[in-house]
Design a protein around this ligand. Structure first.
Ligand code: ATP
Ligand code: MG
Length: 231
């Protein structure tokens, strides 16, 4: 699996690119055996409808564009779409809203995704000029910008490090589940964090990796957004 990741990242570097597309970021995650929700790409409305029926409603529609930095801020994420008609309407609205927000954005297409429900976590890695590779764990989704409830460690991390990181999160009570949402499976979270840590150790050319959010679903953890940036 590591050799496949190497070939894949080398190819992108040779193209003089540093920012992986959504699909490429997900590919690396897949190769690293990190959990993801179901996702299919589509280029036009007909394809969107086809893929949505393959995944089966309700689905999420997302814009796919290298120029769109913040999908939800620009109207590029629509959750809970439950019919072909609703999908068509969301599709048309999304194109207008994103083009309003990013007038020069080139739109590569759309992603059709399985809906997931649960507490949102964030896992991220960064490269500090002084300390080197860092890993972060915290409460994700919309709250990450509001509370910055995130714990950091140097890579590599051990199982005990991850347990300590969880303890440092102020909102860790959320991990027990609330409002009927499933609890965060600690064992699974440790395994995910160790995989991320190992991935960055093996591939220091990964400058930044942002899994925001990872959702604690009833079927376990699933990342529903991924961004990887190379050196
Ligand atoms: N598959 C999904 N199922 C349920 N909710 C989703 C799904 N995908 C996205 N969402 C909701 O929409 C929010 C934004 O989604 P996403 O992270 O893909 O977009 P974003 O705008 O790129 O976020 P950011 O710019 O902060 O990274 C998520 O935090 C989540 O609440
Ligand atoms: Mg996101």
């Amino acid at each position: 699996m590591n050799s496949e990741i190497k070939v894949f990242l080398d190819k992108i570097s040779k193209e003089n690119r540093t920012i992986l597309t959504y699909e490429e970021s997900r590919r690396v995650m897949n190769l690293a055996e990190l959990p993801l929700n179901k996702m299919k790409l589509a280029e036009n409305l007909d394809e969107c409808i086809l893929k949505a029926n393959e995944i089966s409603y309700p689905i999420v529609l997302k814009i796919v564009s290298e120029d769109v930095i913040h999908k939800s801020d620009s109207g590029g994420v629509k959750v809970g779409i439950s019919s072909d008609e609703e999908l068509q309407q969301s599709y048309e609205e999304m194109l207008i809203n994103v083009k309003n927000y990013y007038p020069n954005a080139k739109i590569q297409g759309f992603s059709i995704e399985e809906m997931v429900n649960g507490i949102e976590l964030i896992v991220g890695t960064s490269t500090d000029s002084q300390f080197g590779k860092m890993i972060a764990l915290g409460i994700g989704g919309i709250f990450v910008e509001v509370y910055k409830d995130v714990s950091f460690r140097l890579i590599p991390v051990t199982e005990q490090d991850v347990l300590d990181m969880i303890e440092e999160i102020q909102g860790k009570k959320m991990f027990e589940g609330f409002r009927g949402l499933p609890e965060v499976n600690t064992k699974e979270l440790i395994s995910l964090m160790l995989k991320v840590s190992k991935l960055i150790e093996a591939f220091p050319q990964i400058h930044e990796m942002d899994l925001n959010p990872i959702v604690a679903t009833i079927d376990g953890l699933k990342a529903i957004d991924a961004r990887i940036i190379l050196k």
